[in-house]
Ligand binder design. Structure first.
Ligand code: UD1
Length: 420
């Protein structure tokens, strides 16, 4: 196990590139199950979650090879339809494989998924949607066993625009008989990317990015070469890192439109922002105005995955701020760690009340989950003195070599083994 040691107070300056989006890559990897020809995926980052998803594909009999940042995947000889608990517990996206397995093999047995501990994270919408399409489902002994031999296109109405349920149902309908319409779908950019990837293999999907998606079933898919979109949450995290340290950086290889809900707020708080088609420049003068009120919402609303980082910025901004977390029940678990660093925060249920202080102070803190963990890195970059962050395996799930990347911008951050 590793830890980060950060000496705070350095302004970040320079250029930084954003990796491909973990949350686009993971459903796309599940989508490779659908195709019997070779698929080439470019710009594959070394996220732990992607490594785990590749292990799941291998378990299903799929050939997965990585050469530098390119993945070569061939599911021609896939012959298993069971995802065991020891693999499923590592990441929530293991559950995406369900839709793809049902589409191709008409049966699947999948263990309940794991992932970040940020709330209840039920799967009822996935299950209800599949049942609406004629899939027979039995839940017992920690497994969901599905028979899709009578599955055919139909209309599914999601009670909530769940990202995962939208993606799972899209994949389940790709090779199914007839046309499927999913209503009240999530509109996240990663869903548009999944549609583009599946269509590049010959799927017939329309409407991703709106609240109605239509999938016309096809007989088979063909080979493709695809590059998933850049990670909007990583790009947003870099912007906040700069905002908190009072520096100036150019964030390259990103789609600024995907995180304009954050950049607009940063601009209103006093940052200078210049947006280009594939990069964004930010300059921060130091202590900013607070954002006042923020509530997390499905896209294009403010992303829950940037809530922890934004809350951390509010702890050193001028004035008071209220943050309402509407998606996940326990996404304020990192707050006690920030309080150890001198932040003034009170949490009541799903709402955090933050009173900005002038400075945070370095402390010994523990990452509790992926985004809450990276929020502590941001706090450490700003804080006076040393910050040690333990349990950084959480952060490694969604940020590759974060210490090297931030060091290139001038940050003083090192990774050390816990044994040192
Ligand atoms: C995805 C992202 C995650 C992000 C989240 C919201 C991936 C791999 N993960 O997670 O990083 O934080 O979108 O943008 O893409 N819900 C139900 N029943 C269900 C499914 C979801 O009630 O069957 C609820 C959840 O508890 C939550 C809300 O719907 O309150 C949103 O969840 P969802 O959009 O499904 O998130 P994930 O796909 O798990």
């Amino acid at each position: 196990m590793d830890k980060f040691i950060i000496t705070g107070g350095t302004k970040l300056c320079g250029e930084i590139e954003v990796d491909s989006a973990k949350n686009a890559y993971l459903p796309i990897l599940a989508g490779t199950i659908l195709c019997e020809d070779e698929i080439i995926l470019n710009s594959c980052p070394d996220f732990k979650d992607i490594e785990n998803m590749c292990l799941i594909l291998k378990e299903l009999g799929i050939d997965v090879k990585k050469d530098k940042q390119t993945l070569y995947i061939n599911a021609k000889n896939a012959d298993k339809t069971v995802i065991p608990t020891f693999l499923a517990k590592e990441l929530r996206s293991s559950f995406f494989a369900l839709g793809a397995l049902l589409s191709r093999f008409k049966k699947a047995k999948v263990a309940y998924p794991g992932g970040c501990d940020i709330g209840l994270r039920p799967i009822d919408l996935h299950i209800k949607g599949l049942k609406d399409l004629g899939v027979k489902i039995v839940e017992s002994h920690g497994y969901i066993t599905c028979d899709a031999s009578n599955m055919k296109g139909g209309v599914v109405h999601l009670d909530y625009p769940s990202v995962g349920a939208t993606e799972n149902l899209m994949m389940s309908a790709v090779l199914a008989k007839g046309t499927t319409t999913i209503v009240n779908t999530a509109k996240e950019p990663e869903i548009v990317d999944l549609q583009n990837f599946l269509n590049s293999m010959g799927a017939k999907i329309h409407g991703a990015g709106t609240s109605i998606i239509t999938i016309e079933g096809v007989e088979r898919l063909h080979k493709t070469i695809y590059t998933p979109i850049p990670d909007r949450i990583i790009a947003g995290t870099y912007l906040i890192a700069c905002a908190m340290t009072g520096g100036k950086i150019l964030v390259k290889n990103c789609i600024p439109q995907h995180f304009s809900s954050l950049s607009n707020k940063l601009q209103k708080s006093g940052c200078k922002i210049k947006t280009f088609s594939d990069k964004i420049y930010i300059e921060s003068s130091g202590r900013l105005k607070t954002m006042g009120f923020i509530e997390t919402r499905p896209y294009p609303g403010f992303p829950t995955d940037l809530q922890a980082q934004t809350l951390t910025l509010q702890t050193i901004s001028k004035g008071n701020c209220i943050i309402q977390e509407n998606l996940f029940e326990t996404r304020f678990k990192f707050v006690p760690e920030l309080i150890k660093m001198g932040a003034n925060i009170k949490v009541s249920g799903q709402t955090a009340y933050i009173s900005g202080v002038k400075n945070l102070l370095g402390a010994e803190v523990y990452a509790t989950d992926l985004r809450g963990g990276v929020a502590l890195v941001l706090a450490g970059l700003h804080a006076q003195g040393y910050t040690t962050i333990h349990n950084i395996f959480h952060i490694d799930r969604g940020y590759v070599n974060l210490e090297e990347k931030l060091s290139r911008l001038g940050a003083k951050i090192i990774r050390e083994s816990e044994n040192n």
